[in-house]
Design a binder for this molecule. Structure first.
Ligand code: ZN
Length: 385
């Protein structure tokens, strides 16, 4: 690789890459960084010095010499600061405290009512943030919202479930309070980013589907969230399923995947069959776990419908992996049905190395993603501005 020195003044993406490589212990010295990044040693030296001055990295010990002076090893000091994350959901908010590597140290969950509006909800979140980050520097904050988010402004679009939120600048509100850049995105994109980075690091392609009471999904291309022209990319929720029976969907259309494969649709179908004791997705999953025939058939059929919707996407987009998260992903018959439909309906070339499996990050996929997104947007000194 030819070292290139055309890094724009003030561009801190290189500084973020350097911090990330050191935090994940992939590079331990300036020369390793220069080789990995394909940059001139002088450029790396300047960036490293700025990060040292800011206290986010430190020098710790010496490496082995390959002739000449022994390299000083780079590390993250204990007091380098933390990343805070919040995953806002319908009835709960889950908050995370992370190291600068993105590693999740601890979580807290509190009840919230989004319908109370953004200010009281965010006040409750901030109270937890302040308790989690006591005595440490907060370097970055990532927030997940349960609806379409305008990334440019950090505002929510969906009015129906979140009165008072549309148009409210979540990013500015928190940025004013903490004096740092705030990264905001929707839950599906962040779950996809979190699972992808834990599984693959940078590069590669994946789809993550959150199958719980509702269905959501996000697409990662070359390690980065693919948003599309109007931030609507990657959503399979409203894919038309031919054998769905044409039920009305919340989007105003009929026969969407959500009407036949979401946890809410399984609850509805069980109740239509006279099982009025069933009120939640967890109830249906518990019955399927006990091999109750109707619940088992419904869970399998939901998996087949999701597999059907995914097969078109897999054929077209040829990802390395499809990860399943949300409560339904804990059901083995559900995953097996998704897998078998995708393998059956896709071209063998598209499924040759395809992995379809439950997400490794489990319930914390969104927090992992929010931390990565916060770190990707973190403001760092460049040493040249
Ligand atoms: Zn729909």
């Amino acid at each position: 690789m030819t070292p290139h020195s055309d890094i724009a003044v003030g561009d801190d993406s290189v500084s973020r890459r350097i911090l990330d490589l050191i935090a994940r212990r992939e590079c331990r010295s300036r020369s390793e960084l220069a080789t990995t990044l394909g940059l001139a040693p002088s450029t790396v030296g300047l960036r490293v010095q700025a990060l040292l001055d800011a206290g986010v990295i430190c020098e710790r010990g010496e490496g082995t010499s390959r002739g000449g002076r022994r390299p000083r090893l780079l590390d993250i000091p204990e007091d380098a600061g933390v990343v805070l994350t919040a995953d806002l959901g319908g009835g709960h908010a889950r908050m995370g405290l992370h190291r600068l590597s993105g590693e999740l140290i601890t979580t807290r969950t509190i009840p919230v009512t989004l319908a109370d509006g953004p200010v009281p909800t965010l006040d409750a979140v901030c109270a937890v943030f302040d308790a989690l980050a006591r005595d440490t520097t907060v370097r970055a904050i990532g927030v997940s919202l349960p609806g379409p988010v305008d990334i440019a402004t950090g505002t929510v679009h969906q009015p129906s479930r979140m009165p008072g939120w549309p148009g409210f600048a979540v990013r500015e509100h928190l940025s004013e309070r903490y004096g740092i850049a705030i990264a905001v995105d929707n839950d599906a994109n962040l779950a996809a980013l979190g699972e992808h980075r834990v599984q693959f690091g940078t590069g590669r392609h994946s789809i993550t589907v959150k199958a719980g009471t509702a269905i959501g999904s996000g697409v990662i291309i070359d390690g980065i969230v693919h948003r599309g022209a109007t931030s609507a990319a990657g959503d399979i929720t409203h894919t038309r399923i031919d054998s769905s029976g044409g039920l009305p969907c919340s989007c105003g259309n009929t026969g969407c995947l959500e009407t036949v494969a979401s946890g809410a649709s399984l609850v509805r179908q069980m109740r239509e069959r006279g099982r009025t004791d069933v009120t939640t997705t967890a109830d249906v999953l518990a019955l399927a776990q006990d091999a109750e025939p109707e619940a088992t058939t419904l869970v399998r059929t939901a998996g087949t419908h999701l597999g059907q919707a995914l097969s078109g996407v897999v054929n077209f987009f040829n990802p390395d992996a499809v990860f399943l998260t949300g409560s339904m992903s804990a059901s083995e018959p559900f995953i097996a049905a998704v897998r078998s439909r995708v393998y059956e309906a896709c071209h063998p070339l598209a499924t040759q190395r395809l992995r379809i499996e439950a997400a490794r990050t489990g319930a914390d996929a969104i927090l992992h993603g929010a931390a990565r997104w916060a770190l990707d947007n973190m403001e760092l000194p460049t040493g040249s501005a």
